[in-house]
Ligand binder design. Structure first.
Ligand SMILES: [Fe+2]
Ligand SMILES: [Fe+2]
Length: 286
């Protein structure tokens, strides 16, 4: 392997409470066999931020023996307790607080968090993403502070798309964030939230940005079996492999556009992965 070669695992949307335990046991085995340099978990650790779901998530993550960064998803905000949601939205992460939205610095490559889940929004649907000015500035400052020659992987929960395939809002200010990221040494933006994997080049006014989405390791599948992404960086090229227990090839596991949310495709025109493992009934969302 080349000197700068790195292996990273990108997991997302484990949704403890409705997790896929067989897939999670396999991930543990893959970590011990493949020995990745670091891991990013891009949000939605739980179903509804219940205490028992966070307890299971904390126990699973704490048992991992590698550098981990955890991004916060819309499902991880206290849902049944609006006061806590507003005043102390990260309280339930206390068992892993030092891993939350943490930067991981490896030689030549860094994982830099970008917060997209917010505690309150002036719209009804809180599941949508929002890149606030403050969150974007923090991320850009972190990238600008990296040693010269270091490439960044930005880790977020929501894909940085203003609109999804149905044309409604997906991530507010996502386009602005992509415009800024395009000016910097960003290898890719890693995200979750839509429960299918993708690897898309997004054009911005400042040039292209690569967006890499990981699928889910829960039973809430969309059009692919549970999976995670294996990212290999050889110092020049970043390659994505979508790992899954059924050994479906990466190209058959990926959707070619970003959907609105994680609900299984039911209408013509919604992105479907070539493997077409669409559940017959919609999985529970709570
Ligand atoms: Fe999710
Ligand atoms: Fe989500």
């Amino acid at each position: 392997m080349a000197k700068n070669s790195k292996l990273l695992f990108h997991l997302s949307d484990i949704h403890f409470g409705l997790e896929d335990n067989r897939a999670l046991d396999w991930v543990i085995q893959e970590i011990s066999e493949r020995q990745p340099d670091a891991m990013a978990i891009t949000g939605d650790l739980t179903m509804r931020a219940r205490h028992r779901e966070f307890a299971a998530a904390t126990q699973w993550i704490r048992a991992l023996d590698l550098p981990v960064t955890v991004e916060v998803g819309n499902h991880d905000m206290p849902y049944f307790n609006p006061v806590e949601r507003f005043f102390d939205p990260y309280k339930r992460f206390r068992g892993m607080s030092e891993l939350v939205e943490r930067e991981i610095d490896l030689p030549g490559i860094a994982i830099v968090p970008l917060k997209t889940a917010t505690r309150a929004q002036w719209r009804l649907n809180w599941s949508k993403g929002w890149v606030t000015d403050r969150a974007l500035q923090q991320c850009l400052d972190a990238i600008d502070a990296l040693p010269a020659g270091t490439q960044a992987l930005v880790a977020a929960h929501h894909p940085l798309r203003e609109v999804g395939t149905k044309g409604t809002a997906l991530t507010k200010n996502g386009g602005r964030a992509l415009n800024e990221l395009a000016k910097r040494p960003v290898l890719a933006v890693l995200s979750g939230h839509v429960h299918d994997a993708f690897d898309i080049i997004e054009q911005t006014e400042n040039g292209p940005v690569r967006m890499i989405g990981a699928g889910t390791l829960s039973q809430r599948t969309r059009s692919t079996p549970p999976s995670f992404n294996e990212l290999h960086w050889d110092g020049a090229v970043l390659t994505v492999r979508v790992r899954n227990l059924q050994d479906v090839a990466t190209r058959d596991m990926m959707i070619d556009d970003v959907p609105e949310d994680a609900s299984p495709p039911r209408e013509a025109g919604e992105p479907v992965a070539p493997v077409r493992q669409v559940p017959r009934t919609d999985p529970p969302t709570h």
